[in-house]
Design a protein around this ligand. Structure first.
Ligand code: ATP
Ligand code: MG
Length: 408
């Protein structure tokens, strides 16, 4: 019996890596351009961290966490998301004493027990970008502009959906109105919506059931109930996005799946991904740091699914290749292999990429392999001399001493 990767996990094969590399390189480049610095957090945390931050009724806490007892000592959980971790690190290391906001980015695998399907895995990679310690709506706009620039640099067509879901001041009164409306329509709600109502009724809007979504078109929306401060904050976010040339669609029923979100809420959706069409999502979470024991700290962030972005690039017919190598050494049967290997080592030390044959190929086979790798230069090594082959030029045969000079 052969062993396969666990259900819901996947390999990224070497031939698939160039697309990943492109996506991650652009992320790294833009995060640097926007002043975000890298952070690395552990793969598992105390279960309590996610239980407390995400909300009991969230999909993550209620059914998706990979939790285990650590040798009977405490309950640990493979991270299902990154934001709570970054906030934990912020509070734990007193990062509120550093210049604010603390702007971080994280690329890491996340673990969620879900039904595997296209664009949905049990282990998947996310880019998490957070700006912690600042209420300024310009930071919300900056984060959104960063995502927009990233997705555009990758050539992805996406739509940005934007909303504000209020704060402690205005949300309670709105929730009362929403509750009353949901009471009136309780017979039409699905089981999931009833369950969410028990803890966080705003999240009934976060549904994949089209009938429920249609019904909720008639429900009161938070936008009409925002307090003056939230309204002003949201207006400023929109003005700054306009100034940065970022297009958005207002989505009055857009909420996020986790309880910790406040105010600005957004999602980037890509066509062609079917039901799993959200490639990047996030918002403000002004109460999260204090929920996990830190000082009151406003913050905003987003998370993007790397697999979904790679999938949508494929969907759009984009194709990525490994970079071509600099030099390929074709070896005749009597070639001095020690000399070739020494030369390759010296070239690699200078930062040039080179390759040779390790599979006993014929001369013809080696030349084909050199072409496959896109070699800029081909060296055909023979007993006392070598031939240099460059495209568009006649072959030049020379001694090894001359070859070394030529390649240097
Ligand atoms: P969904 O509604 O699709 O379940 P979510 O609200 O749970 O998404 P977030 O927690 O906001 O997602 O995560 C941010 C992003 O991470 C998503 O927009 C998506 O691109 C990606 N993502 C989330 N869950 C998965 C998964 N199981 N497999 C692959 N990517 C995922
Ligand atoms: Mg989910």
């Amino acid at each position: 019996m052969s062993i396969e990767a666990p259900k819901g996990t996947h390999d990224v094969l070497p031939r698939e890596w160039p697309a990943w590399q492109r996506v991650l390189d652009e992320a790294e480049r833009l995060c640097a351009a926007y002043g975000y610095r890298r952070i690395v957090t552990p793969t598992f945390e105390e279960t309590e961290l996610f239980a407390r931050s995400s909300g009991e009724a969230s999909d993550i806490v209620s059914k998706e966490m990979y939790s285990f007892e650590d040798r009977g000592e405490r309950s640990l959980t493979l991270r299902p998301e990154g934001t709570a971790q970054v906030c934990r690190a912020y509070a734990e290391h007193g990062l509120q004493r550093e210049p604010q906001p603390v702007k971080t980015w994280l690329v890491a695998p996340m673990f969620r027990y879900a039904k595997p399907q296209k664009g949905r895995y049990r282990e998947f990679w996310q880019l998490n970008v957070e700006a912690i310690g600042c209420e300024d709506p310009a930071v919300d706009a900056e984060l959104i502009a960063l995502q927009d620039a990233w997705l555009k640099a990758l050539g992805l067509e996406t739509t940005l959906l934007l909303n504000s879901i209020g704060d402690r001041a205005c949300r309670p009164a709105y929730l009362e109105r929403l509750e009353a409306w949901l009471d009136e329509h309780s017979s039409e709600l699905d089981a999931e919506a009833r369950h969410k109502r028990e803890t966080s009724s705003l999240r009934v809007f976060d549904t994949k059931n089209p009938e429920l979504a249609a019904l909720l078109e008639g429900a009161p929306t938070i936008g009409d109930a925002l307090c003056a401060e939230c309204r002003e904050h949201f207006e400023a976010v929109k003005r700054y996005l306009d100034a940065c040339g970022v297009a958005y669609e207002l989505a009055p029923r857009l909420v996020r799946g986790l309880d910790y979100y406040t105010r600005t809420t957004f999602e980037f959706v890509a066509p062609g991904l079917g039901a799993q069409d959200t490639v990047s999502a996030g918002g403000r979470y002004d109460y999260l740091v204090e929920t996990i024991g830190g000082p009151p700290t406003p913050a905003v962030g987003f998370a993007s699914g790397i697999e979904r972005i790679v999938l949508s690039l494929e969907e759009q017919g984009e194709h990525f290749e490994h970079p071509a190598i600099d030099v390929f050494f074709v070896c005749e049967p009597d070639a001095p292999r020690e000399r070739v290997l020494a030369l390759m080592t010296a070239l690699r030390a200078q930062g040039r990429s080179c390759e040779t044959d390790f599979a006993g190929r014929s001369l013809k086979g080696q030349l084909t392999q050199a072409q496959r790798l896109g070699a800029n230069l081909i060296v055909i090594a023979a007993a006392g001399q070598a031939t240099l082959r460059r495209s568009g030029k006649p072959d030049e045969t020379m001694s090894y001493e001359m070859l070394e000079e030529e390649l240097a």
